[in-house]
Design a protein around this ligand. Structure first.
Ligand code: SAH
Length: 221
């Protein structure tokens, strides 16, 4: 499929996201720039601009574009923000965060995906800090983060991630059982007595692959 055709399909997808209620122009512009076809293998490329999840191997998927846009909108990224992503997958979400001007850190637990994401991002010249490991423990050395986005479904908020979130920081994370999850937007703030608090808003209803690790699901499904 030609570059031009992908470009046209990408513009159509952006119109669809608008119709579906995504209205942050920064997010729409970022989604209009990142070549989703470059984050999947050949048989999936022709479906890259359908509003569907896509297989990336190892039983994992990139979320459908609407979900990526919705989460990114909730995350409210500003240029220069330090952002931690858990669940690098293909690297697509990292590219969207880079287009928003973030300084991006991302952790993946499956080695072949980590390696592929590294290659995808390097090929497109996105400079991202990637780590292979259990992301439920966060990435302590570079904390605190202004924003944390978890792209796999968790039974709860992993405590190390909340600890590594900056005051006034925002975390977006799907929480539920292994069949479906609600999206949580969590703001960390200090109350008038100086105590750390969470302000939580939730949005129904999503389906993610499981977050597997010490502070997530503790088994392989
Ligand atoms: N954000 C990705 C899609 C993520 S799919 C993209 O844009 O392509 C969810 C990913 O989370 C999978 O790759 C899965 O292996 C990973 N994952 C699950 N549990 C994890 C953990 N504890 N730490 C890091 N990654 C994890």
């Amino acid at each position: 499929m030609s570059e031009d055709l992908f470009f046209l399909k990408r513009q159509k997808l952006i119109e669809l996201l608008r119709e579906e209620g995504i209205n942050d122009e920064r997010v729409l512009a970022a989604m209009g720039k990142v070549k989703r076809e470059c984050f999947v293998d050949e048989p999936e490329k022709e479906y890259a601009y359908l509003n569907h999840p896509l297989s990336i191997g190892c039983n994992q998927t990139i979320s459908q574009p609407y979900t990526v846009a919705f989460m990114t909108e909730l995350l409210d990224v500003n240029p220069g923000n330090k952002v931690l992503e858990i669940g690098t997958g293909s690297g697509y979400q990292c590219a969207i965060l880079k287009e928003l001007g973030a300084d991006v850190y991302s952790v993946e637990r499956i080695e072949p995906l980590y390696l592929k994401a590294k290659e995808n991002l390097e090929t497109l010249d996105y400079k991202v800090n990637l780590k292979l490991g259990d992301g439920t423990l966060g990435w302590e050395e570079n904390a605190p983060y202004d924003r944390i986005i978890v792209t796999a479904g968790s039974p709860r908020v992993p405590e190390p991630l909340f600890n590594q979130l900056a005051i006034e920081g925002i975390m977006v994370i799907p929480i539920g059982d292994t069949y479906s999850q609600d999206m949580y937007k969590i703001k960390k703030y200090l109350d008038s007595t100086g105590k750390i608090r969470k302000e939580i808003k939730t949005y129904k209803e999503f389906v993610f692959v499981p977050l597997i690790g010490k502070e997530g699901w503790d088994y392989d499904l």
